[in-house]
Design a protein around this ligand. Structure first.
Ligand SMILES: Nc1ncnc2c1ncn2[C@@H]1O[C@H](COP(=O)(O)OP(=O)(O)OP(=O)(O)O)[C@@H](O)[C@H]1O
Ligand SMILES: [Mg+2]
Length: 373
């Protein structure tokens, strides 16, 4: 167990018990804002806990390689697990009808099989059934940043295939299948469970609790100085940081370089360090926004102001882009196609996120606050 992280054993126990129980069969969706510790919790606490309960755990992070198709990432993770066992590889080849595939070259198997998946000749359900039969235990697939799957057709198909696998493997006589999915934005994740057209309609969506007082006490115990900030100041600072450990740990680290730190000034110094960091990230963001081409700037501003009602191509919205551009005293051609190009560029810059066709949202909820202020 790594000492670089604060471990959340009770939370891991709760999620693992719920997931492995009968109620967990529909899947569990867990959200919490950016940089608040989802992936760390999953990797450091939840996965080991699930494994210690005897589950066959497969973990995929759909953000690990943003250029890869999310559908391919999911299929590859399942097949990599299968490729680790020779007898399963031959079983998969048999099911797929790939008579000339090499059984000991995982790369060939992966390519061959994912092509077949696209053609619908071997399904994710087949692969997971095979894994389940071989391991004789429940399979838990943990997908980090699962909302990313909806951005491509292959990704959306993979989610539907997982739903089919879930239904089959959870039927009697099988060992069971569970899905745990996380995401940085509750709204994005909610699209997967609130919409009848989506694969995991009706599955529970819960918030991962923020790191709390026990985490701050752990941070203080590691703070290598005789003078330490009070727990009250730590709580207030962490709240200001939006419960993002990095801002706090960097601020604490900066204090260690202050040779005139005393019991009297340590709390106020921490407040200054935290506030400097927050201002700096806001300034960085606004610098980036202010250097955008006028139409991209306008689209971002209008998007922040409109919130959930943002409809990028409506004539009223196009008028609003024109108004913001007009305020900038810039002559720009604005119509649906130039707006579309602006949205794509903002997406490439990771400032916005495509929820579905013609539906976009800001990448980080904090951006909207900074843009409106
Ligand atoms: N339990 C913890 N103990 C110590 N540090 C932590 C803990 N959880 C998160 N952190 C630190 O906070 C930062 C963000 O954590 P992490 O990447 O897990 O968050 P996330 O919510 O998955 O972020 P993203 O939105 O980018 O996916 C990392 O630097 C990580 O080391
Ligand atoms: Mg993460």
């Amino acid at each position: 167990m790594s000492n670089s992280y604060f471990h959340r054993a009770n939370l891991a126990d709760m999620f693992s018990r719920r997931s492995l129980s009968e109620k967990g069969a529909s899947g569990i969706f867990i959200s919490s804002p950016r940089r608040t510790g989802k992936s760390t919790f999953i990797r450091e606490d939840l996965l080991p806990k699930l494994e210690s309960c005897g589950a066959e755990v497969i973990y995929v992070d759909l953000w690990a390689d943003k250029s890869a198709d999310p559908g391919e990432i999911i299929v590859a993770a399942i097949h990599k697990r299968i490729a680790a066992t020779k007898s399963m590889v031959s079983g998969l080849i048999k099911k797929s009808g790939l008579d000339n595939a090499s059984i000991d070259v995982a790369g060939i198997l992966k390519v061959g099989v994912s092509k077949k998946v696209r053609e619908g000749e071997i399904t994710i359900t087949d692969s997971l059934s095979l894994l389940s039969e071989n391991k004789k235990t429940i399979i838990v697939l943990v997908i980090d940043e699962a909302q990313h799957a909806t951005t491509t057709e292959q990704g959306a198909n993979a989610l539907f295939a997982l739903k089919a696998a879930r239904d089959e493997l959870n039927s009697s006589g099988n060992y069971g299948f569970r899905l745990i999915a996380t995401g940085s934005n509750r709204d994005k994740l909610a699209t997967l469970v609130n919409n009848k057209d989506h694969a995991f309609y009706g599955a529970p969506l819960v918030e991962l609790p923020y790191l709390g007082r026990d985490f701050l006490e752990w941070e203080l115990s590691r703070f290598e100085s005789d003078v330490k900030p009070s727990i009250e100041r730590m709580l207030a600072s962490f709240d200001l940081c939006g419960y993002r450990p990095e801002y706090l740990s960097q601020s604490l680290d900066a204090l260690l370089f202050q040779i005139d730190l005393t019991g009297e000034n340590v709390d106020s110094r921490l407040a200054v360090e935290v506030s400097n960091r927050l201002v700096a990230s806001k300034v960085d963001f606004l610098k980036q926004v202010n250097s955008l081409p006028p139409l991209q700037y306008s689209v971002l501003k209008v998007m922040a102001a409109e919130g959930d009602n943002f409809a990028p191509f409506k004539s009223a919205t196009i008028e609003k882009y024109k108004q913001v551009c007009g305020d900038l005293a810039e002559e720009v051609k604005i119509d649906s196609s130039s707006a579309q190009a602006a949205l794509e560029s903002l997406r490439d810059k990771s400032l916005i996120w495509k929820v579905a066709r013609s539906a976009y949202t800001l990448e980080d909820a904090q951006y909207a606050k900074w843009l409106i202020e």
